[in-house]
Write a protein that binds this ligand. Structure first.
Ligand code: ATP
Ligand code: MG
Length: 541
């Protein structure tokens, strides 16, 4: 079903638009864009092809060419998809920025990448302008919400599109051509510019078919923002290269709208994140009885460990399974996953996907025995493997040893080949000589009725080396009490062990998360210790 053409055309922009038309899908809806008030706007593959051709022509007229860097800096909007694929058609590298970024975060990314252009909206131009003198490579700003050019170098998208031809001949693009640039979520430090090439489409497509199980007439919804890798690999490239109709919802998180969309749009496959699911779990069960989700075949999750309690809640509430998937910006596509047809072990991420060799490897580069915690590694050379960290070749080189790519996550494999996430290398807690997974403690805390969210960190301790500190946010109807604190401690002792028992339980309103929804444990740790949390440009506020 993949439409990677036999003549070796790897151009992602081409494959997701013209390639689909050539495969007979011109009139099929590619993009169903849903506004916050739930109005729909449909675009067929032929529409997308014409629009992206116009955008490629517009960029060419402005002097863009192969290898130049162009970014989208937009909330969900149709031009974001047009610009992304249009730039790729011209062999311009397409980068995406999360729309809430402030000045410094913009500088860290557009400046680092020497971006030559960015598409945004009028109200964001100020943020770019504030740091523009420190981004000498930035020539062009295109705005989507003005029908006239605002300055010599701040141009109207509508005008550029109207003045450009809808015909464009996409060059035959070799697999090694740079394509997509993402900055990582910045959960552990300063975000890094991760570059992928057009060859990555092979992994996106194979996993969209083989793991997500997308079929040609499916309606599919990936809730990720296009600023993150999931939003491009599985919110643009893989599904469109399979001819699938994608929902894109411009509204913010809202259980009512989300479930109406799943129901009314007859979504077949839904790809979301644990943080969203944990929020949905806060709704009363009655709320969900209104939705039958008639067409929903499968639900997938990515971005953080999928807590067993979430799996149990989905089973209880929707009589369905949810499948965890593991990947990173650097891997570009899903590497390890649960999927239909393979028994789910709640708490495990699943098994490596077809064509991927994953292993737990020692610091010295040798695979370790089953059940031993070590570095989660992938055998280098899969198609969507990143090709560099921009401006950081040494850090890139340091990620490989003996042919293994070191993901920076710790995990173990059980004797049946399932991989169990333990933590990011920096987050794993070393207490009294035991290695403890913060995720395991968090998942246990979520089983307690009063607890809505939890974040667990290890902080330095003279005797234990590190001690366990748990931050918990309670469901709205509960409040702090000493008994509850005791209950929490006893529960963890009973379920896990005394070494996992939190020395301190800190009650908070909310757990700090970054903009892609991940718990920011280093922020919790810094708060507890009263130290500086470092780069917090991706902190959700
Ligand atoms: P940075 O590298 O800047 O600290 P980040 O690692 O959060 O940011 P991403 O590439 O978006 O940036 O996230 C990938 C990471 O997310 C993985 O390395 C892993 O730690 C976590 N992750 C993703 N999926 C899963 C999953 N299914 N289970 C557990 N952890 C996951
Ligand atoms: Mg990372």
């Amino acid at each position: 079903m993949s439409s990677v053409t036999t003549d070796g055309q790897h151009n992602i922009g081409y494959l997701c638009t013209r390639g689909q038309c050539e495969a007979g899908r011109s009139d099929r809806v590619a993009l169903r864009f849903i506004t916050p008030s739930l109005e729909r706007h449909d675009y067929t593959f032929a529409d997308l092809d014409g629009l992206t051709n116009r955008f490629a022509n517009a960029l060419a007229t402005l002097g863009f060419g192969k290898g130049d860097m162009f970014f989208t800096f937009l909330p969900k909007a149709v031009p974001q998809f047009v610009a992304f694929l249009g730039a790729l058609k011209l062999e311009v590298v397409a980068g995406t920025l999360f729309s809430n970024f402030g000045e410094e975060a913009i500088l860290d990314r557009l400046g680092d990448a020497s971006a030559k252009g960015v598409i945004t909206k009028k109200s964001f131009v100020k943020k770019i302008a504030a740091v523009r003198d420190r981004m000498p490579a930035l020539r062009w700003i295109i705005v989507i919400d003005s029908d006239r050019h605002l300055a010599d170098d701040i141009l109207s998208y509508d005008r550029l599109m109207a003045e450009s031809s809808h015909e464009f001949t996409v060059p035959r693009t070799s697999p090694d051509t740079p394509a997509i640039l993402h900055y990582t979520s910045g959960s552990t430090g300063k975000p890094k510019g991760v570059l992928h090439v057009h060859r990555a489409v092979l992994s996106h497509t194979a996993t969209a078919a083989g793991v997500l199980g997308l079929r040609q007439n499916d309606v599919y919804w990936c809730t990720a923002d296009q600023g993150w890798v999931t939003g491009t690999s599985y919110g643009i490239v893989g599904p469109w290269n399979l001819g699938v109709t994608q929902i894109q919802f411009a509204g913010s998180y809202n259980p009512e709208s989300w479930f109406r969309i799943l129901d009314e749009e007859r979504v077949n496959v839904w790809y979301t994140a644990p943080t969203a699911l944990r929020m949905l779990m806060r709704e009363e069960p009655d709320f969900y009885s209104r939705f039958s989700l008639p067409s929903l075949r499968t639900i997938f999750s990515v971005g953080e460990p999928l807590n067993p309690e979430v799996i149990a809640w989905i089973r209880r509430t929707f009589s369905r399974d949810i499948f965890d998937t593991w990947f990173q910006t650097e891997t570009g596509a899903i590497m390890i996953a649960n999927r239909p047809g393979q028994e789910i072990r709640p708490g495990a991420m699943g098994k490596p996907v077809d064509g991927i060799e994953a292993a737990i490897v020692s610091d010295e580069g040798d695979p370790v025995a089953d059940t031993v915690t070590g570095n989660l590694c992938v055998r280098a050379g899969w198609p969507s493997m990143f090709v560099t960290y921009l401006n950081n070749p040494e850090v890139y080189a340091g990620k490989f040893k003996n042919g293994w790519y070191y993901s920076g996550d710790k995990a173990y494999r059980d004797p049946d080949g399932y991989f169990w996430f333990v933590g990011r290398s920096d987050d794993v807690i070393n207490t009294a000589g035991h290695l403890i997974s913060p995720f395991e403690i968090e998942s246990t805390l979520l089983e307690i009725e009063e607890v809505a969210e939890a974040g667990v960190v290890g902080v330095p301790d003279e005797i234990l080396f590190e001690k366990v500190v748990a931050f918990v946010a309670l469901h709205r109807k509960y409040g702090y009490s000493q008994e509850l604190e005791l209950k929490i401690r006893l529960y963890v002792t009973h379920k896990l062990s005394s070494v996992a028992t939190p020395h301190d339980v800190v009650f908070v309103e909310d757990i700090p998360k970054n903009k892609s929804g991940k718990i920011m444990r280093r922020v919790l740790k810094a708060r507890y210790l009263g130290t500086d949390a470092g780069d917090i440009s991706t902190l959700e506020v």
